[in-house]
Design a protein around this ligand. Structure first.
Ligand code: ASP
Ligand code: MG
Length: 474
């Protein structure tokens, strides 16, 4: 049997009828040697635009919400025509049906002036449903037979709307049942990425960038041979090329390096997308759909530090630091459990944690949007301890960013942390907090947000990453 490949296209690879045709050509070429499952992402900017329209509606501004929605819907109609979709064909009427539902949803949100996460998920998921249909038309035009499968009809998830997780064994069985028969007919399933189906049948989303996770989860369920994530960049870079102009494309990353980098702001990969494929060793290729001749970045289980113990420098902005401080905390069990338990109950996800061995502070970084909730939750939790004086205060610091040096090669190699701190020190960048896990794969530092760019440049230069990778970024 020919191998099975998953090809996922990012929004940028589907941003116009012309790009959609290129994507279809890539699938056609792959289909000559393999059985292909396609995962579609919403056209570039559409998820944000749907979100904006929904937010307008939630403010009670029905007219603006619907106007913004109309721009999105008109664009899909125009691209469908540009792809040669007929005025009366089945795809046109499916797109009209999705559009009608979206219009009704935005109208209801405006009427109620209320937008739940559940409703938001259903609205956002429509972006992928629309693009999947356009891509299917382009695939049909190349002579392939494409079938659209909306993930919210079969990809079983929990009901954590906005950031749902797959219910693995159930999801695996359903994926195989839905997709394998299509492959057996020699046809190409086109799956709408990013969304799933909650136990009660509602539409969920897997978090922003979640179509990567759709692709890798499908790969695991049907034991595919490889996954290609097509984007408009040459691969994963050693740092954000907008900030570090001499950043390079990294030829190879271990799954763990790729996962670390995505947590630390390399927007290219969804943070949880490497979890399913790593145990099975299914390789993931990140490639440029406009330059398919370039090999891009390969992510798999190999360990290839080469000359570079640090392979990439990444950063996340818009964070805050919160520390719970007090000498009375030392040696008292349960303080950390209370901090994190309280935050977990509020569904606040902590990005970085650090506690020194004197145990007199626990310091954590949270995304800036959670700062009010974090502060309130911790002050409430520790009110009794503060009145007893065991905890002195809960201190917050805003406008913080996190920088991380990532690479498996730094494990057991002395001196890497020293180089990181010296490089930052030489650039007068003061470090507010540090974290390094015992896996020694990532050294993370909280610094003032306004110094993030300088820090990225300084660390990239320190580890000579402009000499890494085989291909210069253009
Ligand atoms: N379209 C969704 C987003 O922008 C999912 C994805 O891009 O993977 O987050
Ligand atoms: Mg993405």
């Amino acid at each position: 049997m020919p191998p099975i490949q998953i090809h996922k296209f990012s929004g940028s690879s589907l941003e116009s009828a012309q790009r959609i045709k290129l994507a279809a050509e890539l699938v056609k070429q792959a289909q000559a040697r393999a059985r292909v499952i396609v995962v579609a992402t919403a056209m570039a900017g559409v998820t944000d635009a749907l979100d904006a329209a929904a937010n307008k509606a939630a403010q009670g501004d029905r007219v603006t919400g619907l106007d913004q929605l109309k721009v999105i819907l008109d664009k899909h109609q125009a691209e469908l025509s540009a792809l040669g979709g007929s005025e009366t064909g089945a795809t046109r009427s499916e797109i009209e049906q999705i559009s009608k539902e979206l219009t009704e949803m935005i109208g209801s949100v405006a009427l109620l002036a209320q937008l739940t996460q559940r409703t938001r998920d259903r609205i956002l998921a429509a972006g992928e449903k629309l693009s999947a249909r356009l891509l299917a038309v382009a695939l049909d035009n190349t002579g392939l037979i494409a079938y659209v499968k909306d993930s919210d009809t079969f990809l079983e998830t929990d009901d954590n709307f906005g950031e749902a997780s797959l219910l693995r064994s159930l999801a695996d069985r359903k994926i195989a049942v839905e997709l394998l028969p299509i492959l057996e007919r020699n046809a190409v399933p086109v799956v709408s990425g990013f969304c799933g189906r909650a136990p009660d049948g509602a539409t969920t989303t897997l978090g922003r960038g979640g179509a990567d996770l759709t692709a890798t989860s499908i790969a695991v369920a049907i034991e595919a041979d490889q996954v290609t994530l097509w984007t408009d960049l040459d691969g994963v870079y050693s740092a954000d090329p907008k900030v570090v102009p001499d950043a390079r494309v990294i030829d190879h990353l271990n799954y763990r390096e790729a996962a670390e980098m995505s947590y630390y702001g390399a927007k290219l990969l969804h943070p949880r997308s490497m979890i399913p494929v790593a145990p099975l060793g299914i390789p993931v290729y990140v490639r440029n759909s406009l330059e398919p001749g370039k090999s891009g970045t390969t992510v798999d289980g190999r360990f290839t530090p080469g000359e570079h113990p640090v392979k990439a420098i990444s950063a996340i902005r818009e964070h805050c630091l919160v520390s719970v401080e007090g000498k009375g905390m030392a040696g008292v069990p349960g303080i950390a459990a209370r901090v994190f338990g309280r935050l977990a109950a509020k569904r606040i996800s902590v990005t970085m944690i650090s506690q020194s061995s004197s145990e007199s502070t626990i310091c954590l970084a949270v995304p800036a949007r959670f700062i009010m909730a974090t502060e309130a939750a911790l002050k409430k939790e520790f009110q009794p301890d503060m009145s007893k004086g065991d905890i002195e205060e809960v201190v917050t610091r805003r406008n913080v960013g996190l920088v991380a040096a990532v690479g498996l090669g730094m494990a057991n190699m002395p001196g890497v942390a020293g180089r990181v701190f010296t490089a930052l020190g030489n650039n007068k960048i003061s470090i507010l907090a540090i974290a390094q896990g015992s896996s020694e794969l990532n050294i993370s530092m909280a610094i003032d947000e306004c110094q993030i760019d300088e820090a990225l440049q300084a660390l990239h230069a320190e580890f000579k990453l402009h000499l890494s990778g085989s291909k210069a970024a253009e």
